[in-house]
Write a protein that binds this ligand. Sequence first.
Ligand SMILES: Nc1ncnc2c1ncn2[C@@H]1O[C@H](COP(=O)(O)OP(=O)(O)OP(=O)(O)O)[C@@H](O)[C@H]1O
Ligand SMILES: [Mg+2]
Length: 340
Amino acid sequence: MSLSQKTGFALHRPGAGSPTAVPSAAAPVGDQTPAGAAPMLDPEVRVNLADDEAATRVRAVLGSVDADLVGLAGVKRRLQEIAALLMVDRARARFGLSASRPSLHMSFTGGPGTGKTTVALRMAEILHALGYLRVPRVHAVTRDDLVGQFIGHTAPKTKEAMAKAAGGVLFIDEAYYLYRPENERDYGPEAIEILLQEMESERGSVVVIFAGYPDRMETFFSSNPGLSSRVAHHIGFDDYTQDELVAIAGRMLTRDDYRLSPGAVQAFDEYLARRLRQPRFANARSVRNALERARLRQANRLVSSNRPVGRDDLMLLTEEDIRGSRVFATLEPDSQTNIS
Ligand SMILES: Nc1ncnc2c1ncn2[C@@H]1O[C@H](COP(=O)(O)OP(=O)(O)OP(=O)(O)O)[C@@H](O)[C@H]1O
Ligand SMILES: [Mg+2]
């Protein structure tokens, strides 16, 4: 069953043709006017949470997240839950049950290449579909975009980043670098202060997502309880298993019109087993890089073969293209296989 089929937005579906049923809230809950301009609904009216245009768009985003991204079951579930919460919130606002904009700031913690930036874009699409963002856009920054090196430089930088993110998501990668307790003349706290003000503001039009590796983010949030308490949703991204990495490679290859020969499939599995044990392994990003290098070797092989090539030659990555990697150059101390 696909994620879109089990989104379960129809928390309460009145029967079709029910005389009191009205389409669910199409009015924007978001941005500046939480209750929107729609008239307040009578208490006995029933709204259908699953059937409005926003719900359809959210289902489409969740469906494509499910189809495009391998694994990430926990993250997908959280996206679905947050979307459901916001849909209920919109409906509540229409009955006058809640007038305030829900807190939407989030943290995405996980190792390198686990999909944090990719999912942030999808989150922006969901928040936009539901009217909580004006634009489905992510402005990604790091410490250097927010913190100046001299007195008076930090506030304008942070405000400029906020302005660029206006109406969308401000994604702060490796957010813990904002906080450097070892350097007492550091301007990071000034940037945090400005971020806090913006995050607190009911009128704020920016959703902030703090991203980074789990252990450091933990320290960052415990040193900045003010920030932590304003982050409504903490989402953890696990490292991928080897099988998931193989599947991710498959998606990337299919999308780019490449395929692996049977020998290359086996070699790629061995490649991953070795690469996983080496330093600086970056999950899906390492898979992407490995495939790019294999494409380089394929191109070199085809050009230097000095023979005509067909469509299939141009698509095919062979065992040799995979085994040309440096990863195979070192002998595995714990492996019985003589790979070279
Ligand atoms: N589950 C997945 N399925 C398919 N492709 C994925 C998946 N996760 C990540 N990718 C791909 O891997 C690459 C790296 O992902 P992304 O940049 O989102 O990771 P990240 O967690 O932001 O990494 P970093 O911490 O290094 O910034 C992207 O090209 C993305 O499309
Ligand atoms: Mg990233």
